[in-house]
Design a protein around this ligand. Structure first.
Ligand SMILES: [Zn+2]
Length: 104
């Protein structure tokens, strides 16, 4: 009896984004979060390490300069952020986000 192997669903990235990921560093999420002491780069609050996506408080990797704006997937361009903060920010840079928060 042949058993079907289940494939993991592959996350879809656009070719441009895939290239950036391939050329970038291999970012280990846990190391990154430890490095930043589990502090969100957007709201500067502590991230609970025990919650996972799709929980809004889960830790996610944020690109300081968004990939869509020429940012790289390298250690100096990534920081931990809450899932909710990351989603709010979408592809804005931190400065743009601050401007938005201050003005609106
Ligand atoms: Zn946050």
């Amino acid at each position: 009896m042949a058993q079907r192997k289940r494939r993991r669903p592959v996350r879809y990235y656009s070719p441009k984004r895939r290239k950036v990921y391939a050329e970038g560093d291999k970012i280990d999420a846990l190391t990154l979060f430890e490095l930043h002491a589990w502090i969100c780069c957007i709201c500067h609050e502590k991230i609970n390490r025990f919650v996972r996506c799709p929980d809004w408080n889960a830790a996610t990797i944020d690109h300081i300069i968004p990939i869509s704006k020429g940012g790289t997937h390298t250690w100096d361009n990534v920081a931990p952020a809450h899932y909710r903060c990351n989603m709010d920010k979408a592809d804005l840079t931190c400065e743009e986000l601050n401007d938005l928060t201050l003005t609106g």
